[in-house]
Design a protein around this ligand. Structure first.
Ligand SMILES: [Zn+2]
Length: 290
């Protein structure tokens, strides 16, 4: 193994240990940003291993390996001497980290998209830990409330914005990957991750499930979205309409659902002008023509 790799491993371990000291659960990552340890169940004939989250006592369960225990972290890195980085598990106490991953790929301006979301939904991004990625992207670290599970999502909020939630992980600052080094943005390394603004949190959560008596017939997705808008309370009308319209465009039923969504929005008390503006914004955010 090259000397530079050994140095990268030593540095990654040091950074991982200091993150753990702050209460963040970490796991070793390879240069590809994937968990460095392969699954001990990869050759299992039965699919039982796919459900093992570490109960077998071995390493190699991805984000489930993550720990804040320095002894275990050293053991993990000793088992993966090729690791050059570390991942920080999201969704775990005490912080219940939510990572907002602002990408710069494919020419999308995800920072502008986040600003537009913030304006539309009246929240401000608090001062918090920001990690700069080698490709020019940024990770914002936010924390979630105890009773809430934020799912992972890619591009659901807006093109180029991925969310790392429960079961996901963030590449920690000080990690070296094939593309370069992850670093904390100047002045943010020692901040405490800030709580996710409630208005943003609402956008990150799936809509409440409605009870269906049987299997959903084809086209039911659109009806579910309309119902979701129809049952909005006054404070959530715009947010729900926006969310539903985003899902409709993502699923290719945006144009077909335009009239039903507007009708539902009128039913909740929004004006047609407001409804059309919100749906047009959702179309733009999902990369469609309003
Ligand atoms: Zn196992």
């Amino acid at each position: 193994m090259a000397t530079t790799d050994r140095q990268a491993t030593t540095l990654a371990l040091a950074h991982a240990l200091s993150a753990a000291e702050r209460g963040l659960a970490v796991l070793p990552l390879s240069r590809t940003k994937l968990p460095a340890l392969r699954s001990p169940h990869r050759d299992d004939p039965a699919p039982a291993g796919a459900r093992c989250h570490g109960a077998c006592g071995r390493f190699g369960h991805g984000v489930y390996d993550a720990s804040t225990d320095p002894v275990r972290i050293r053991e993990l890195f000793a088992a993966a001497p090729w690791a050059t980085g570390y991942g920080i598990a999201c969704g775990l106490p005490p912080y219940r980290l939510i990572g907002v991953d602002l990408d710069t790929k494919t020419g999308t301006d995800s920072s502008a998209a986040l600003r537009e979301l913030a304006l539309r939904h009246l929240f401000t991004i608090p001062e918090t830990v920001v990690v700069l990625t080698p490709s020019g992207g940024r990770h914002l670290w936010l924390t979630g409330p105890p009773d809430t599970v934020v799912p992972n999502s890619a591009g659901r909020l807006a093109p180029g914005i991925d969310i790392r939630g429960a079961g996901g992980y963030l590449v920690g600052p000080g990690s070296r990957t094939d593309h370069g080094l992850y670093t904390a943005a100047p002045g943010t390394a020692h901040l405490t991750p800030a709580p996710c603004p409630p208005a943003l949190l609402r956008l990150l959560l799936p809509p409440p499930r409605t009870a269906h008596p049987g299997p959903a017939p084809a086209g039911d997705h659109g009806r579910g979205l309309v119902h979701f808008v129809l049952t909005a309370h006054e404070g959530q009308r715009n947010t729900r309409l926006f969310w539903a319209a985003c899902r409709a465009y993502e699923n290719g039923i945006g144009p077909a659902l335009l009239a039903p969504l507007i009708e539902a929005a009128l039913g909740t008390g929004l004006t047609e002008h407001e409804a059309r503006a919100t749906i047009a914004s959702a179309a733009r955010m999902t990369g469609h023509r309003p």
